[in-house]
Design a protein around this ligand. Structure first.
Ligand code: BDR
Ligand code: CA
Length: 335
């Protein structure tokens, strides 16, 4: 019998409804071993993000999960109010009453935890980051050799051809901390970007979450259904084609989907930089013409600080939905 690879992962997140979908996919998937969760501001404050990460794990029977609290604000730009109209004021669609759970955090900062784990298991860990990139940027500052200590970094963020979701050119995670993001794109790791070019192609229907909740009859999947119901209202109000059959984009889920089913994605390779100021702030700019030696600073080929990023440009959406449904319908909550 062939042994399946199991990927040890640190999940860097700002839960957030699609972050919660992605977390449950990761916990349910037999090829993913979530070692710990690092949190950041973004969809909610970092305090709320850590609380949510702990809560989601606890109600899914994983109260033992290591959770750390990370950066509170962007590196350079002024902080902005979290988007309560998308994820709810609590990040999980305004849950109201929550079950009582222990909320014990690992005392280390998220960046320190990433560094400690990478040093302890060099070359083994995949970092899946689905929020603003301050924790990764700080971890690079603590340990400049970090790129060589991680197996791979997969981020949900950015966009190349698809219009942005917070400005005509910017995606929210990159917009929230463009300086940190540019530092991440210019570090020398194996980096894969899963951005709006693919996440806007995959629509998860509310009816699927209802089916999953009906199947499990469990607080974890009921909570997810509640959160997705709230989040889908935002997307259904925005995209008329969803009126008849409400649904939403599952952005962060696709970062894990890429990890376990990379064959569902079409990649392009190129240098990516982030516009840190001005009208294009937060734009991820990919050099898709590598044979041209652009004379502008930041792009010239001899600059070692602009390594190549793998960018997901197309996706097999029905394939992703099949894997998601199969994984969430499995017996993961009974394990
Ligand atoms: C990204 O922004 C957040 O609102 C989502 O959780 C996702 O990580 C999508 O642009
Ligand atoms: Ca997120």
């Amino acid at each position: 019998m062939t042994q399946r690879t199991v990927y040890p992962v640190i999940y860097d997140t700002d839960p957030g409804v699609d972050d919660a979908m992605a977390l449950y996919f990761a916990l349910a998937h037999p090829a993913i071993n979530v070692l710990g969760i690092t949190t950041t501001f973004g969809n909610v404050s970092v305090e709320q993000a850590a609380t949510n990460a702990h809560y989601l794990c606890s109600i899914a029977g994983r109260a033992d999960m290591t959770v750390t609290q990370g950066v509170k604000t962007p590196w350079v730009k002024a902080p902005e109010a979290p988007p309560a109209f998308i994820h709810g004021a609590d990040g999980l669609g305004n849950l109201g009453m929550r079950a009582t759970t222990m909320n014990r955090l690992d005392p280390r900062s998220s960046a320190q935890y990433i560094v400690d784990m990478a040093r302890a298991q060099p070359g083994q860990i995949t970092l899946v980051a689905v929020g603003p990139l301050g924790n990764l940027s700080l971890a690079l500052q603590i340990e400049p050799a970090l790129p060589g200590l991680l197996r791979e970094v997969i981020i949900m963020g950015g966009t190349v051809l698809e219009p942005g979701n917070v400005s005509p050119v910017a995606e929210a995670n990159i917009w929230n901390d463009p300086h940190a993001a540019d530092r991440v794109f210019t570090a020398n790791w194996k980096l894969t970007m899963v951005g709006l070019d693919v996440t806007h192609r995959v629509i998860t229907k509310l009816s699927l979450f209802q089916k999953i909740a009906d199947h499990h009859k469990h607080p974890a999947t009921d909570t997810l259904l509640h959160a997705v119901d709230f989040y889908s209202r935002f997307y259904t109000g925005l995209h008329k084609h969803l009126y008849a059959d409400p649904g939403c984009f599952a952005h962060d889920l696709l970062a894990f989907m890429y990890l376990v089913n990379p064959e569902l994605f079409t990649l392009e390779h190129g240098r990516v930089r982030v516009a840190t100021e001005g009208l294009a702030q937060g734009q991820t700019i990919m050099n898709r013409r590598d044979y041209i030696n652009y004379p502008q600073p930041g792009w010239s080929k001899d600059l070692p600080q602009t390594p190549v990023t793998q960018v997901c440009m197309a996706v097999d959406a029905p394939g992703c939905l099949r894997v998601f449904e199969q994984t969430l319908m499995s017996d993961w909550l009974k394990r």
